[in-house]
Ligand binder design. Structure first.
Ligand SMILES: Cc1cc2nc3c(=O)[nH]c(=O)nc-3n(C[C@H](O)[C@H](O)[C@H](O)COP(=O)(O)OP(=O)(O)OC[C@H]3O[C@@H](n4cnc5c(N)ncnc54)[C@H](O)[C@@H]3O)c2cc1C
Length: 467
């Protein structure tokens, strides 16, 4: 996804007049929206999530070598060595190798060849989704290990396909990296309400079965039958290529504020990169880095620097709207906490306020105020005297007051830009996506885009023809 964005940013800056560009991709085909992999797992054609088909590369004069893994770079001779034994020269190399799923060393998980046994899957690529959906049918049982974003998403899709699904999560509450225990509990209730079983505070100790996996044993000794085992236990930066190329690697590939490694001519960005000790696991920082790197490499703004990303996530987790930003808990004694708990709806909203400014927020089940909160958090604007009013500002502020708020967080599209696009004729969510990119990232703002169109597009006047 990072490379896809970098290629677009290059196009906007005339980068293809400066560089002859080759993209090496281990996966087959062009770029696709990994965030929407759930659609492929659900049964849709992979093409529906492809963002750059091979023709796009041809049209832009870019050589796409898909299905080609790069083994190493020889950074002295400036050559790229690929797995098929070929070697190609380069002037500048950019690594955007992403992340790889963590596979816990569970007993019975791997066969004698070291590969995952039939029935065990990770959830990272189109290939994983196709293999998983071909392996299962309605009525099968699935155990998903990991109650974070990916695990819950996989669980929902599989449950919607008629599987009996249990999520096993090591922490006491779900999505504990983004939600406090109340938020995680509310989310857990909604997930169970959707028909998915949750075993929180438990770990899988071993997998069993003969030819293929047929169940797992939990740490309390319980045995759960499972035709399918989905491992969604987190990711770590993919650094095998960087290591083989003797690039500086810590948790990720170490880069500075221009996304350069210490080896001249080699840059890295995206989930594989480590900047100021931090690696990222969502797409917004990856895209911010792509913009900086394009400015540096195309010379359009060579003094620009990447200073790190403020993290906020707005997600549709298994059908439940969730947003989270900044701190999960107060950190200073003077921090104030505001919470609204709606027991009946299993909805939850929480703000953490420091000196009149928002330092953390989480919303479960009712995320209407996300855009306002993201703006307050991102810019550090002062909160209203009663901070809870920030949860309602999106309704009472009026069009002018809200015009600057960011509706699409992935592509940083403001309400003003959307209003302009609508008045220029974009009258559907798809048309808004084409003209502004809004809604084409994680897609969690699409409902809001629809509402905005509805409120602004006047129905065509009825035509009465007298005959
Ligand atoms: C199922 C799923 C749902 C997600 N949902 C969300 C969401 O809702 N919101 C959000 O913000 N983020 C989400 N993410 C995370 C998001 O997809 C990532 O942040 C994003 O893809 C990172 O982009 P990247 O370019 O760094 O890495 P990737 O998109 O992983 O791309 C890296 C590519 O490099 C290739 N590669 C690696 N090594 C080599 C090599 N040696 N030679 C050739 N090719 C190589 C890999 O095969 C891969 O195709 C989700 C991820 C998954 C898997």
């Amino acid at each position: 996804m990072g490379t896809c964005r970098l290629l677009d940013e290059f196009a906007q800056r005339g980068g293809y007049e400066l560089y002859e560009t080759t993209v090496f991709g281990e996966e087959i085909g062009g770029a696709y929206n990994r965030i929407q992999l759930g659609k492929v797992l659900a049964g849709e054609a992979p093409d529906t999530i492809v963002t750059k088909p091979p023709e796009w590369y041809d049209q832009h004069g870019i050589r796409l070598l898909s299905g080609t893994r790069v083994k190493s770079l020889d950074t002295l001779r400036r050559t790229v060595e690929t797995e098929d034994g070929r070697s190609r020269g380069y002037d500048l190399a950019v690594l955007a190798t992403g992340s790889q799923p963590l596979v816990p060393p569970l007993e019975g998980m791997r066969g004698e060849d070291g590969e995952l046994r039939p029935g065990a899957f990770v959830y990272r690529t189109i290939g994983d989704c196709i293999r998983m959906r071909e392996y299962t049918r309605a009525g099968d049982s699935a155990v998903v290990v990991g109650g974070g974003l990916l695990g819950l998403e996989a669980a929902k899709v599989l449950s919607d396909r008629g599987l009996h699904v249990t999520v096993v999560h090591v922490a006491k509450t779900l999505m504990n990296a983004q939600l406090d225990s109340t938020g995680g509990t509310m989310l857990g209730r909604q997930i169970e309400h959707a028909g998915i079983f949750v075993r929180a505070g438990r770990t899988v100790e071993a997998a069993y079965g003969d030819e293929r996996i047929s169940g797992v044993i939990l740490d309390d000794g319980t045995s759960l039958p499972a035709d399918l085992l989905v491992l969604a236990c987190g990711v770590r930066p993919r650094v095998d290529l960087a290591r083989a190329s003797k690039l500086p690697v810590n948790k990720g590939i170490v880069v500075n504020d221009t996304l350069a490694t210490s080896v001249p001519g080699v840059y890295a960005f995206g989930e594989c990169a480590e900047h100021k000790g931090k690696t990222y696991g969502i797409v917004a920082p990856v895209w911010e880095q792509a913009c900086v790197l394009a400015d540096v490499l195309c010379g359009t703004n060579p003094q620009v620097r990447y200073r790190g990303s403020k993290l906020y996530t707005r997600l549709k987790v298994a059908g439940v709207d969730v947003a989270s930003m900044g701190s999960l808990e107060p950190e200073l004694e003077s921090d104030q906490v505001f919470q609204i708990i709606e027991e009946r709806r299993s909805a939850y909203r929480k703000l953490i306020v420091r000196d009149g400014h928002l330092v953390g927020a989480m919303l479960v089940g009712n995320t209407a105020a996300t855009a306002t909160l993201v703006q307050l958090f991102d810019r550090g604007d002062p909160l209203p005297e009663d901070p809870l009013e920030a949860l309602c500002q999106f309704r009472g502020g009026g069009a002018a007051a809200n015009a600057d708020r960011q509706v699409c967080n992935c592509h940083k599209v403001s309400e003003r830009a959307l209003r302009d696009a609508i008045s220029n004729g974009a009258d559907s969510v798809e048309a808004l996506g084409e003209s502004t990119k809004a809604g084409t990232g994680c897609g969690s703002c699409k409902t809001e885009l629809g509402q905005l169109i509805k409120s602004l597009v006047k129905p065509a006047p009825a035509l009465e023809v007298a005959s």
